[in-house]
Design a binder for this molecule. Structure first.
Ligand code: PLP
Length: 494
């Protein structure tokens, strides 16, 4: 099975090629040419499997130039880095569950894919007889950065450079990244917000001059952002796994639809849920939850995507995004793979900062997505209420999803089906805001906030977040967004 570009579906690439490229040469995003379909028998067979086995099964259906045996090795190695079950499903009350995706090395859901992706990338290079050094270039709103540093740190034949928005990440997130060990890693702050960092990275990918200079050193760029299908495909596995867990617990009958509520930024995580649905999983509605940067909520309401608006820094910084890249893939699919339309819309976005879709396509979106948003006030209230009701501490991103989910369940469309809220981070990653939500007390120092939150809730601090304040800060560079290309070349030439 090949992958095709959303902006020209005649352009095809093998899965390994798509993973190595990150982005299609025409600037489009790679999508599966066709979707595998998990029949009832396939799913039932997977019920008895461990998570790494389920992951390998899913990967093998999407990444057809990899063997199932090698994928199982990668999946098992990746899952070793998790603290116990990589994706436990916690029952909160009748019909409502939380899917915890934060038990990896960096305490955010990005680990679910980024722990396996370096294996996929190294293997893809071998398959393609590619001997170049790979430079992974990442723009992060906070969590992808550390997760990619963790995954690619020390990987042979690979360098990794992470750009994060200077004032746009939590204190814990910043410390996690700037204390990263390894010879092959580099981290810099960009003066600007996440969209500035993401735009700078996209520009470098499109810059022939930079690419040639790198090529002269036998270095090829690649991406670990969710524009890379090597990020997306592993994410479909935990939706399937959660469904199988519900079946295994006897909480659903086979075929019963389950809704998922997803805290959304770049639209990668929720798109993976949609891909699971395409692959045959009985998924009902997808609740697309945004914070005050509610460009997606407006889009699904009106059909106009308008990124030309005020940018807010919120307590859920990993969702502070105005350009949700993976929406392109969703619209490509719902439009019946209308590559001409997608190319036009993305051109409008680039030139005018906005685009509009017709009513037919909007109605199709509405058949799948329920969109809503929660500002910080609503998010904090949800953290507190949830703790008081269920003795369960939500992080600020997950709380946005739970807040929007409440609106869904109380509205016309809600009710009936079981719903899973996808939890994307440990509360300790955003300890200061979570502690404030619970107690009304502001703690400036992020490490002090971790201690206070631990004392208040009694929940254990994940290993990766312990003693962060005692580690040496290795990376202090702050660059302008126009200087990102130079910084990448300096790193490659070091
Ligand atoms: C990245 C991230 C999100 C947003 O996920 P997308 O795939 O970008 O939509 C939500 N919450 C947390 C904690 C994240 O790190």
């Amino acid at each position: 099975m090949n992958y095709i570009s959303t902006r020209n579906k005649n352009f095809k690439a093998a899965p390994s090629r798509a993973i190595l490229d990150g982005i299609a040469p025409d600037g489009g995003l790679y999508v599966p040419e066709s979707f595998p379909f998990f029949e009832r028998g396939d799913l039932l067979k997977m019920s008895d499997m461990s998570y790494p086995e389920r992951l390998a099964e899913v990967l093998s259906r999407f990444l057809t130039d990899f063997s199932k045996d090698e994928l199982l090795v990668y999946a098992e190695k990746a899952c070793e880095k998790f603290d116990g079950d990589p994706c436990p499903l916690v029952k909160i009350e009748e019909d409502v569950y939380v899917l915890e995706l934060f038990h990896g090395a960096t305490s955010a859901f990005k680990d679910m894919a980024l722990s396996v992706m370096p294996y996929l990338m190294t293997a893809a290079k071998k398959k393609l007889n590619d001997t170049a050094k790979t430079l992974i270039l990442v723009a992060t709103s906070g969590d992808t950065g550390k997760s990619a540093l963790e995954g690619f740190g020390g990987v042979e034949g690979t360098d990794i450079m992470v750009l994060y928005p200077k004032d746009g990440v939590s204190g814990v997130q910043k410390a996690q990244m700037t204390t990263s060990p390894g010879e092959n890693v580099n981290v810099a702050a960009v003066n600007g917000n996440f969209d500035d960092a993401q735009t700078a990275v996209k520009k470098i990918f499109a810059d022939k001059d930079i690419k040639e200079k790198l090529r002269a050193k036998n270095v090829e760029l690649s991406s670990a952002n969710s524009i890379n299908i090597g990020r997306l495909i592993p994410q479909t596995a935990y939706y399937i796994s959660a469904y199988l867990d519900l079946l295994g617990a006897g909480d659903i009958e086979f075929g019963e639809e389950v809704n998922f509520a997803v805290p959304t930024g770049n639209f990668g995580n929720i798109l993976a849920a949609y891909y699971a649905k395409k692959a045959g999983l009985p998924v009902g509605k997808l609740v697309c939850a945004s914070n005050k940067n509610n460009v997606l909520t407006d889009f699904f309401l009106t059909g106009e995507y308008n990124a030309d608006r005020k940018f807010f820094q919120t307590a859920s910084p990993s969702m502070d995004i105005l350009i949700s890249s993976n929406l392109e893939r969703f619209l490509f699919d719902l439009s019946g793979e209308d590559d001409g339309l997608i190319a036009e819309l993305m051109n409008d976005l680039k030139k005018k900062g906005k685009y509009s879709i017709g009513n037919g396509l909007l109605a199709k979106c509405g058949g799948i997505i329920f969109a809503g948003y929660a500002d910080d006030k609503a998010c904090f209230k949800t953290v507190k209420d949830f703790y008081e009701s269920y003795d369960y501490v939500l992080d600020t991103h997950t709380a946005v999803a739970v807040s929007v989910l409440d609106g869904f369940l109380n509205g016309e469309a809600g009710g009936g089906a079981k719903t899973v809220a996808v939890s994307t981070a440990s509360p300790y990653k955003f300890a200061a805001d979570v502690y404030f939500a619970l107690t009304g007390e502001k703690i400036e120092n992020p490490f002090e906030a971790i201690k206070r939150l631990e004392a208040y809730t009694g929940a254990e601090v994940p290993d990766g977040l312990k003693d962060l304040d005692k580690k040496e800060e290795r990376f202090k560079d702050v660059i302008e967004k126009d200087g990102a290309g130079e910084a990448v070349l300096r790193f490659a030439n070091r």
